[in-house]
Design a protein around this ligand. Structure first.
Ligand code: URA
Length: 422
């Protein structure tokens, strides 16, 4: 077998054989297929697609490239959630302890942000002392002690995806449904969860810009999970406006703690509860009541124990950016648009995200919203507060929010705005 034959086959629109897929994934993981050859193959897959059987085999080969975890020793069912990524998407933070408080174990292997979307690990690292990297033994111990753990995936889990994802990121080959589905599902299946709920985002701030693409991605991932014995379901959720009132690491931790304390923005609470119900159903705990666990403080108790078990101080003050700049409402009317991608880009440019994997992020940087679409607003009132440690970034963030990103309509009817579930 050789890489050029495999690349040519996909370039010319043929389905790859099982043997070709197994060989190319294994050889790439071992370093026998070069990055430039894998980039060419990824581009051919992006342009020509893959059939269902090819995606299934590709996913299985990526799982087989590394170790598989096993939570059979736990005394409760495991439930996990994966979001395809968005702006202000802090839902994992309140959700994991909430579902644990309702009786499931939540092993949440999470990622870092890249580009305009935030990452759960970057957010939690805003908490003084909190550590993302745990050994497999320590991860299991935290899970057994507290019911939930949020940490980085170990190097041994789906190493083929680790290499391939980094390559796709710099070769314009992220937005391919077969590659996204196999990337996400190989990690989740190797992780060994009993059940999985997928939050597939759709809209300007998401990878999937149209409902049809989001539905196809959801169907593909649900099929892969089900075929591997993981009870998998998906919700399609809106990412045309940011979730909640914050985008940025410490800002989003603060908002998540507000949700755990029984408050927080309505859309964040609604999506957290909807995903919790899906996860509890999939885990065989349909009678659990997540709204009660939020209201009676039991989810907050799990949060505090989970943060402390990973070295974090749940009572510590969160970092605050050194400089703030307020953008005001341009005219009287109703806020009819606040583009998720523009807000994510602004937060990223303020220092909340990174341009390259090795860049540091600013814990306090980001964007705070003072109104949401549907709200009546008055000219001159604060609309957004931009936060950063490096004020020379303000101009680039303001530029991201120019043009059509913020829309105020004089004669529109105020409303609550659409909910987050599509
Ligand atoms: N998240 C992943 O883990 N992989 C992708 O390809 C896209 C989002």
């Amino acid at each position: 077998m050789d890489a050029i034959t495999v690349i040519r086959a996909k370039r010319d629109g043929h389905a790859l054989t099982d043997a070709q897929i197994d060989w190319v994934i294994d050889a790439y993981t071992r370093g026998d297929v070069a990055d430039e050859q894998m980039s060419a193959l990824a581009m051919a897959i992006l342009l020509n697609g893959m059939g269902r059987e090819e995606i299934a085999r590709w996913t299985a080969a990526m799982i087989a490239s590394g170790e598989r975890m096993n939570f059979a020793a736990l005394d409760r069912p495991t439930a996990d959630k994966h979001s395809t990524g968005g702006v202000g998407d802090k839902i994992t933070l309140p959700l994991a302890p909430l579902v644990a408080a309702c009786g499931a174990a939540v092993p949440q292997l999470s990622g870092r942000g890249l580009g305009h979307t935030g990452g759960t690990l970057d957010k939690l690292e805003a908490i003084p002392g909190w550590r993302a990297s745990l050994s497999n033994e320590r991860m299991l111990a935290v899970l057994a002690e507290t019911g939930a753990v949020i940490c980085a995936a170990g190097d041994g889990l789906a190493p083929a995806d680790r290499k391939l994802y980094a390559l796709r990121d710099v070769t314009g080959t992220v937005e391919a449904i077969p590659l996204i589905a196999s990337s996400i599902m190989s990690k989740k299946i190797a992780e060994g969860t009993d059940s999985l709920v997928l939050d597939v985002k759709v809209g300007s701030g998401a990878f999937m810009k149209t409902i049809d693409d989001a539905r196809e991605l959801a169907r593909t991932m649900v099929g892969l999970g089900t075929d591997h014995g993981v009870r998998t379901t998906a919700l399609l959720t809106d990412m045309s406006v940011p979730l909640g009132l914050t985008a940025g690491n410490a800002l989003e931790v603060r908002e998540s703690v507000e949700v755990l304390a029984g408050g927080g923005p309505a859309d964040v609470v609604e999506l957290t509860l909807a995903l919790a119900r899906e996860m509890l159903d999939a885990a065989g705990l349909p009678d659990a009541d997540p709204a009660k666990a939020l209201a009676d403080g039991s989810a907050m108790d799990v949060w505090r124990r989970m943060i402390a078990a990973q070295g974090g101080d749940p009572d510590a003050d969160l970092p605050v950016a050194r400089e703030q700049h307020v953008l005001t409402v341009p005219a009287d009317g109703v806020l009819t648009g606040l583009d998720a991608y523009a807000v994510g880009l602004a937060a990223w440019r303020l220092g909340a995200g990174r341009a390259r994997k090795e860049d540091p992020v600013q814990a306090g940087a980001g964007v705070e919203l003072h109104a949401r679409p549907g709200d009546t607003v008055r000219a001159g009132d604060p609309l957004l507060t931009l936060h950063t440690d490096t004020p020379e970034r303000f101009d680039a963030a303001v530029e991201a929010l120019a043009g059509d990103a913020i829309r105020v309509t004089a004669d529109a009817e105020p409303g609550t705005g659409a909910g987050p579930i599509v």
